[in-house]
Design a binder for this molecule. Structure first.
Ligand SMILES: Nc1ncnc2c1ncn2[C@@H]1O[C@H](COP(=O)(O)OP(=O)(O)O)[C@@H](O)[C@H]1O
Ligand SMILES: [Mg+2]
Length: 345
């Protein structure tokens, strides 16, 4: 049998809960095939036992179904950190002490990127992870509003900035450093310097997750970011109606060029549930998120409804996940956090 056939069989095996397959996830290694027998390794990191078993049995089923009679699968345990000296020399550094750095990006503004970033961070914190949020939207910083922070960060020795603590998370935003009246006229060079400083000159301490709230699009900030720091992955937020735009794809391409996986898409303001009668209305076109996630071959992590509580919570400085933790929408953000953690760990 051919390698192409083998690959297409393996590509039928989706990672549980996602519509991306195990090949695209980089799980398959050391493939040796001859005639009707095949040997391969499956690289796991910290998947739950039932997820492992499901993946292994689905791989075996697909291969046997495709005509392989002898199937031998070996589990390869991925090490969390690359061994010292094995990193590629041109790869940018990671932030010391930070385990996972996740960028939240979007093609355009106003799609709810900051809202998603804040709720996702809060959901990860609720799961027991230590979490920081860096607001890199230099033109429209939103952490002061979404988290209700009006404190000015302390400057420490060696010109390091101490992040502001709120809701048991570490926060930094240009909005903390500017007064309402100061003009935000940043030129490319200044922007890139500021991004680098916010990544490396903030006393982040030990964090499991640093969530980066990016400005919309693929401008200077995003380019500096992907060149200066090793990102674990990116999450792209979109609304159903701008899926037709090329922006989402452009964003995904930017991350892929620097080998940063796009972990998934979140469709926000996806539909509306009437607070009186519970009627679900599809106010925008539907199915866009599914289409886009299939086209980019990345999971659709959630469809978050247009919801007054989400908006009010954000504008009152307390993300919904903290303000109304038992609400349905808060639960959706928690599910996204679970999926993400599963993906990166
Ligand atoms: N799911 C949602 N339901 C209702 N309002 C939302 C939702 N997501 C975001 N918003 C509101 O939409 C506006 C824009 O959201 P924001 O997160 O600031 O977008 P971005 O960061 O992409 O510019 C804010 O007023 C926010 O409260
Ligand atoms: Mg924003």
């Amino acid at each position: 049998m051919s390698e192409d056939k083998l690959k297409s069989l393996l590509e039928q095996v989706k990672y549980p809960g996602f519509n991306k397959d195990v090949v695209a996830f980089g799980l398959i290694q050391n493939v040796k095939e001859s005639g009707k027998s095949v040997e391969l390794g499956v690289k796991f990191s910290s998947e739950k036992e039932e997820v492992r078993q499901e993946i292994l049995s689905n791989i075996e089923k697909a291969l046997r179904g495709g005509g392989y009679e002898e199937v031998s699968i070996e589990i390869v345990q991925a090490s969390a950190q690359p061994a010292p000296g094995t990193e590629t020399p041109e790869a940018p550094p990671s932030i010391p002490g930070v385990k996972y750095t996740i960028a939240v990006a979007s093609g355009k503004g106003g799609v709810g990127k900051s809202t998603v970033a804040a709720n996702l961070a809060a959901a990860l914190r609720k799961q027991g992870h230590s979490v920081g949020i860096l607001d890199l939207d230099v033109f429209g910083p939103s952490l002061p509003i979404t988290m209700g922070v009006h404190e000015v960060p302390k400057v420490l020795e060696g010109n390091k900035l101490e992040p502001v603590r709120k809701f048991d998370m570490s926060l930094m935003s240009l909005g903390f450093l500017l007064t309402d009246s100061s003009p935000v006229i940043w030129r490319g060079a200044m922007v890139s310097k500021m991004v680098t400083q916010f990544l490396f000159d903030v006393n982040w301490g030990n964090l499991d997750y640093l969530i980066l709230d990016l400005p919309p699009g693929t401008g200077d900030v995003q380019l500096t970011l992907v060149q200066r720091v090793a990102l674990t992955g990116a999450v792209i937020v979109t609304t159903p109606q701008d899926l037709a735009l090329k922006d989402v794809e452009r964003g995904a391409n930017m991350f892929e060029k620097v080998d940063t996986p796009v972990l998934g898409i979140i469709e926000n303001m996806s539909y509306h549930v009437c607070t009186n009668c519970g009627h679900v209305s599809q106010i925008f076109s539907t199915g866009g998120g599914d289409k886009e996630s299939t086209r980019l071959n990345v999971p659709l992590l959630a469809k978050i409804p247009l919801n007054e509580e989400i908006m009010k919570a954000g504008e009152n400085g307390e993300p919904l996940v903290i303000h109304l933790p038992e609400s349905e929408a808060a639960q959706m953000f928690r599910d996204v956090a679970d999926k993400l953690h599963e993906l990166v760990s």
